[in-house]
Design a protein around this ligand. Structure first.
Ligand code: THU
Length: 162
C-alpha cells in the first residue's frame, strides 16, 4: 500500500525589514553589515550572517572563498562556528542571512544551503529551543522560519547512531 503524504513548511513573509519586530530588524541589520566583509572574489556573491545568542550577544559571519573552491565556507557556518567557539554552550536564538552582489540585484530572500541547514539542526538541538531563521536579499521581503524543521524536513538525527 502506498500512502500519499505532504510536508507542511510554515513560514512568515514580511514585505520589508521595517516590518520586523525590533530585535529581528536589528539582527538583520547586523547581517547586512557582515555582508560588507565577505571575501568572495570568485562568485562575487557577498553573504552576511548574524547569530543572536541567549545571552544577547550577536556574532557575525561572512562567506570566505578560496582558490581551492571547497575550502571556502558559507557566511552562516562562519557565524555559527564562530559563536560556538567564542561562547561554548550558549544557546542560539536566531540567525539572519542576507547577500549582495555588484553584478546583480538580489531582491529575493537568500535561503541557506543544505550543509548550513544541517549545522542549524544540530545547533537547534543543542540549544533546546527553536532556532528562528530570517532570510533576505540585499533588499525586499524577509522570510522568517520559526524552527529549522520548516527549512529541513526529514532531518538526520544523531539518535539513529545508537
Ligand atoms: N553562500 C553562503 O555564504 N551562504 C548561502 O546561504 C549560500 C551560498 C556562499 C558560498 C559562496 O561563497 C557563494 O555564496 C556563492 O555560492
Amino acid at each position: 500500500m502506498i500512502t500519499k503524504k505532504q510536508f507542511v513548511c510554515p513560514y512568515e513573509v514580511y514585505d520589508s525589514m521595517d516590518e520586523l519586530q525590533p530585535q529581528d530588524a536589528e539582527l538583520m541589520r547586523k547581517a547586512h553589515e557582515a555582508a560588507r566583509n565577505a571575501y568572495a572574489p570568485y562568485s562575487k556573491f557577498h553573504v552576511g550572517a548574524a547569530v543572536r545568542l541567549a545571552n544577547g550577544v550577536v556574532v557575525l559571519g561572512n562567506n570566505i572563498e578560496n582558490a581551492a573552491y571547497p575550502s571556502g565556507l558559507c557566511a552562516e557556518r562562519v557565524a555559527m562556528f564562530s559563536a560556538m567557539a567564542q561562547y561554548p554552550g550558549e544557546p542560539f536564538e536566531a540567525l539572519a542571512v542576507t547577500a549582495w552582489s555588484a553584478t546583480k540585484a538580489i531582491e529575493e530572500p537568500v535561503a541557506p544551503c543544505g550543509a548550513c541547514r544541517q549545522v542549524m539542526v544540530e545547533v537547534e538541538q543543542a540549544s533546546k529551543r527553536p532556532l528562528r531563521v530570517l532570510c533576505q536579499g540585499d533588499t525586499g521581503p524577509v522570510m522568517v522560519f520559526d524552527g529549522i524543521e520548516s527549512l529541513m524536513p526529514f532531518i538526520f538525527l544523531d539518535k539513529l547512531l545508537g
